[in-house]
Design a protein around this ligand. Structure first.
Ligand code: GAR
Length: 207
């Protein structure tokens, strides 16, 4: 069994996809052992509680980055995390986190990295930027987290079309439904089955 700790900040639909995948037996030896939220109000906490998963809240408000990262590393070590998943986690942490869990933290980003990513590109802002640019395809990326924001080795990507009449909300939903909710559980399973290798900064998946 591998302990998966999921970090959340909001609605938690990606967390729900992970919970549903585990229920269907699709996380392999992976087991969601704890959910940690940066906000006490995140609906994701209810999703975790409904599934009987342990929850913790580490409020970000008023805590500076180094201190927050130290608190998070301590919590993850207490929880004996084998894999940490950022599922709509909206806090950027310092390199102390990736130093403590090298190539063991993954993030889902709602665009095709290296486009539309980095500081300021999160949530609906990403889809607004995609629509403003006129690109005809977008998607989502699951990647390992390094000290470079949205810059770590890419594990999986999936693509959806951008349609003429899309709003940011409509496009977000298409990206989530067709890519994020499928690829994040898949990446978690591949990790727990030891089927991802990082060589020279490139993630290779062996299915
Ligand atoms: C998801 O679209 C996720 O990719 C994005 O926020 C949303 C969270 O939704 N994450 C980022 O933008 C991180 N840079 P959820 O709380 O319903 O999973």
């Amino acid at each position: 069994m591998k302990n998966i700790v999921v970090l959340v900040s909001g609605g938690g639909t990606n967390l729900q996809a992970l919970i549903d995948a585990e229920k269907r037996g699709e996380l392999g030896p992976g087991h969601i052992s704890c959910v940690i939220s940066s906000s006490p109000k995140a609906y994701a906490l209810e999703r975790a509680a409904n599934a009987g998963i342990k929850t913790r809240v580490l409020p970000k408000k008023g805590v500076e980055r180094e201190e927050y990262t130290a608190q998070m590393v301590a919590a993850l070590q207490e929880e004996k995390a084998d894999l940490v998943i950022l599922a709509g986690f909206m806090v950027i942490m310092s390199s102390a986190l990736t130093d403590a869990f090298p190539n063991a933290i993954m993030n889902v980003h709602p665009a095709l990295i290296p486009s539309f990513c980095g500081p300021g590109y999160y949530g609906l802002h990403v889809h607004e930027a995609v629509l403003a640019s006129g690109v005809k395809v977008t998607g989502a990326t699951v990647h390992f987290v390094t000290e470079v924001c949205d810059g770590g080795p890419i594990i999986l990507q999936g693509v959806v079309p951008v349609e003429n009449d899309d709003t940011p909300e409509v496009l977000q939903r298409r990206v989530m439904e067709n890519v994020e909710w499928k690829l994040l559980p898949k990446a978690a399973r591949l990790f727990c089955e030891d089927k991802i290798r990082v060589e020279n900064g490139i993630a290779k998946v062996y299915e």
